[in-house]
Design a protein around this ligand. Structure first.
Ligand code: MTE
Length: 311
C-alpha cells in the first residue's frame, strides 16, 4: 500500500506550505510519474519523495472552488461559489448516534483535536465524468469511527448534511426523499486509511462551497459519496438510504465505486474530462481508472462481489 503518513501539527499547513510551493511542486510531482496513487504532503513533504502519476497535477484553487456540486446552494457549477457564503460554519456540532458506545453531540473542535491533521493529494472523479486532483487537508475517518466504538452489530455508517432552508437557498431541486443530503459507507470502507474527514484545502480552511466545515472524502468512489457539511454520523446495522440511490436507483448505487466498465445508463464512464482551465481548447479527456486508480489499496474490500451488480 502506497500510503505515507507523516506527523503534522496543529499549525495550519498554509503557514508552512504556501500555495505557490504546492504549485511549484506540480513540476516535481510530474517528474516522479507512475509510482503511486496517493500523495501526501506535510510540513517536511518537500524533502520527501512524493510519487504520483504524470497526469496527477493538482488543480488550482480557482478550479477547485468554482466548479462545484452542492445542490443546496444551486444546481449550476458556479452557484455554490456564489451562494455558499450564507452557510454559517461556526459554531458547528456533529451528532454521533446509532449503534455505538460513545454517542453524543460534539463541538467540531473537540471532534478534530485528538486527530493528526494531514495534507493529501487525491484524484476526485465525479459520476458526471469530470475529474480533478485535489490537495485536501484532514484526518482519517477511522479516528472518529474508532472513538465512537461501534457495536459489533454496526455494519454501516450514515452521514447527514445540515439542512437549513434559511441558509440553503436552492428551491428548484426537490429530491423525493427531500433534504438533508444523506450518504453512507460500509464500516470497513469508512475505516480504510484512504477515507478522510476533510476540513481544509491547499492547507487553508475548507471553503464553504467545498463542504465546510467538515466533509467526507472517499477517493475511490464517485464524488457524490463525498458528503459535505456533515452534522450527523449514525451507526446502523442495515444499509442506510442515501440521497442519489433513493432518488434514482437505476442510475446511482450505494457502492458507486469508480468503474470504467460500468456505464451510467445515460453515458459511458470509460473516460473523464480532467478539469484544466489552462487548456485553451477545453479540458483533457483521459481514461478512467478502476477504483479511480486506488485498486491496489481497496480492491480487496470487494472480493467476491459482482461489481456490475453492486455499482
Ligand atoms: N454534499 C451535499 N451535501 N450536497 C451535494 O449536492 N454533491 C456531491 C458531493 N457532496 C453534494 C455533496 C457531488 S455530486 C460531488 S461531485 C461532490 O460533492 C463535489 O464536491 P466539490 O464541489 O468539492 O468538487
Amino acid at each position: 500500500m502506497i500510503i505515507r503518513t507523516r506527523k503534522s501539527s496543529d499549525i495550519p499547513s498554509s503557514e508552512i506550505t504556501p500555495e505557490s510551493v504546492y504549485i511549484n511542486r506540480r513540476k516535481f510531482l510530474g517528474a516522479s510519474a507512475g509510482l503511486g496513487a496517493a500523495a501526501f504532503l506535510s510540513r517536511d513533504a518537500a524533502a520527501s519523495p512524493i510519487s504520483t502519476r504524470q497526469d496527477d497535477e493538482p488543480n488550482t484553487w480557482e478550479e477547485i472552488t468554482t466548479h462545484n456540486n452542492f445542490y443546496e446552494f444551486g444546481l449550476d457549477k458556479k452557484d455554490p461559489s456564489r451562494n455558499a457564503h450564507r452557510l454559517v460554519t461556526k459554531p458547528w456540532t456533529v451528532k454521533v448516534d446509532g449503534l455505538c458506545k460513545n454517542p453524543g453531540d460534539y463541538q467540531l473542535e473537540d471532534f478534530i483535536k485528538p486527530s493528526t491533521i494531514e495534507d493529501r493529494i487525491y484524484r476526485f472523479r465525479c459520476v458526471e465524468a469530470w475529474s480533478m486532483v485535489i490537495p485536501w487537508r484532514g484526518f482519517p475517518l477511522a479516528d472518529v469511527v474508532n472513538r465512537a466504538e461501534p457495536d459489533p452489530s454496526a455494519r454501516y455508517v450514515a452521514f447527514e448534511t445540515l439542512w437549513d432552508p434559511e441558509q440553503m437557498t436552492e428551491r428548484r431541486w426537490k429530491p423525493r426523499i427531500g433534504w438533508p443530503y444523506r450518504e453512507g459507507l460500509r464500516l470497513d470502507e469508512a475505516v480504510h486509511p484512504l477515507s478522510l474527514l476533510v476540513n481544509g484545502l491547499y492547507g487553508k480552511e475548507l471553503p464553504n462551497q467545498n463542504g465546510a466545515p467538515l466533509r467526507v472524502i472517499v477517493p475511490w468512489k464517485y464524488g457524490f459519496k463525498s458528503i459535505k457539511s456533515i452534522v450527523r454520523m449514525t451507526f446502523t446495522e442495515e444499509e442506510p438510504p442515501t440521497t442519489w440511490a433513493t432518488q434514482s436507483p437505476g442510475e446511482y448505487g450505494f457502492y458507486s465505486n469508480v468503474n470504467p466498465d460500468v456505464s451510467h445508463p445515460r453515458w459511458s464512464q470509460a473516460t473523464e474530462k480532467r478539469i484544466d482551465g489552462s487548456k485553451f481548447f477545453g479540458h483533457r479527456r483521459i481514461d478512467t481508472l478502476f477504483l479511480n486508480g486506488y485498486a491496489d489499496e481497496v480492491a480487496h474490500l470487494y472480493e467476491g462481489m459482482d461489481l456490475q451488480k453492486y455499482f
